[in-house]
Design a protein around this ligand. Structure first.
Ligand SMILES: O=C(O)c1cc(C(=O)O)c2c(n1)C(=O)C(=O)c1cc(C(=O)O)[nH]c1-2
Length: 251
C-alpha cells in the first residue's frame, strides 16, 4: 500500500466528514432567506408544507435501515429514531406525540391547515424526487451506508438553533409553540449523530471505503440541496420571482 492510499486516522476521517458541512443546506439561498427574516409568509408556509414530506419519510427510511441491519445492538438504538418521529404510547401509560405531529403544529402555527399539510398538496416534484431518493437509498444499500447518509445530522443542530434564534424576532406572527419541533431536535440530533458517527468511523476502514463514505454524505447533501433548489424555484428568492404552480393533474 502506498502512502497515498493509506487509510486516514479516525480523527482525520472525522475531520473530512465534518468538512462536508460547507455544502450543507444551511448555506442555500432559500434557507438564508428564511433565517435572515427575508421570507414572506407564503414562502415560510411553502417550506413547512414541502418539508413535511421529508418528516414523513424519515421514520420509513429508518425502518428500511432496521430491516437491512443484522446487528441487534444497533437496532436497539436505531429504533429510537422511529419513535422520535412517529411518537409512541408505552405500556406504562407514557406517551409522546412525536416529531411528525410537532411538525404539523409548526404548520398550523404558520397558517396552514392540518389537511393541506398532511395531503401533501403543496409538495413540488423536485422535493418529492429528492426525498424518495433518500428512502430508496436506505432500502437498497447496506445499512452501514445508510447510517453514513444520516450524518448530515452532524450539521443539523446549528440550523435548528439558527431558526430558534432568528424566527421569533423576524416572524413574531408565528406562535412560539410552533417552534417546539426545532427545540426537540437539537438534543435528538446530537444523540443520533454520536451513534451514527461511531458506526461510520468503525465501518469505513480502508481509504477506498472512507472515500465512499464521503461520496455517500455528498449524496445526502445533494438530497437536501435539491429540496431547497426546488422550493426556491416554486416560491422564489428575494431577487427571483416565484414560478407558477404546476397545473393539477387530471384523473
Ligand atoms: O431541518 C433540517 O435542516 C434538518 C436536516 C436534517 C438532515 O440534515 O438530514 C434532518 C432534520 N432536519 C431532521 O429534523 C431530522 O429529523 C433528520 C433525520 C435525518 C436523517 O437523515 O436520519 N436527518 C434529519
Amino acid at each position: 500500500m502506498t502512502l497515498d492510499n493509506h487509510p486516514w486516522s479516525r480523527e482525520e476521517f472525522e475531520k473530512r466528514l465534518r468538512e462536508q458541512g460547507q455544502a450543507y443546506h444551511i448555506h442555500h439561498p432559500f434557507n438564508v432567506m428564511l433565517n435572515t427574516g427575508k421570507a414572506t409568509p407564503e414562502q415560510i408556509r411553502g417550506w413547512v408544507a414541502n418539508r413535511f414530506s421529508y418528516q414523513l419519510a424519515i421514520p420509513i427510511k429508518d425502518a428500511a435501515v432496521m430491516s437491512n441491519c443484522d446487528d441487534r445492538a444497533v437496532r436497539r438504538e436505531w429504533v429510537q429514531r422511529m419513535l422520535d418521529h412517529d411518537g409512541y404510547d408505552d405500556l406504562n401509560g407514557a406517551s409522546d406525540e412525536g416529531g411528525i405531529e410537532a411538525w404539523i403544529r409548526l404548520g398550523t402555527a404558520v397558517g396552514l391547515s392540518r389537511e393541506e399539510i398532511t395531503d401533501l398538496r403543496h409538495v413540488t416534484p423536485g422535493v418529492r424526487f429528492a426525498v424518495d431518493a433518500y428512502v430508496q437509498f436506505a432500502r437498497t444499500q447496506p445499512w452501514q451506508e445508510s447510517v453514513c447518509a444520516s450524518l448530515t445530522e452532524l450539521f443539523a443542530p446549528a440550523i435548528h438553533k439558527q431558526r430558534l434564534a432568528t424566527w421569533p424576532e423576524h416572524y413574531p406572527w408565528i406562535e412560539s409553540e410552533g417552534l417546539m419541533y426545532f427545540r426537540n431536535r437539537v438534543t435528538q440530533a446530537r444523540r443520533d449523530v454520536e451513534h451514527g458517527l461511531a458506526i461510520t468511523l468503525d465501518f469505513f476502514k480502508t481509504r477506498e471505503q472512507q472515500l465512499r463514505a464521503l461520496d455517500i454524505l455528498n449524496f445526502k447533501l445533494d438530497v437536501l440541496w435539491q429540496m431547497n433548489d426546488a422550493m426556491a424555484v416554486r416560491y422564489g428568492l428575494p431577487d427571483q420571482p416565484a414560478a407558477p404552480e404546476r397545473p393539477a393533474s387530471v384523473r
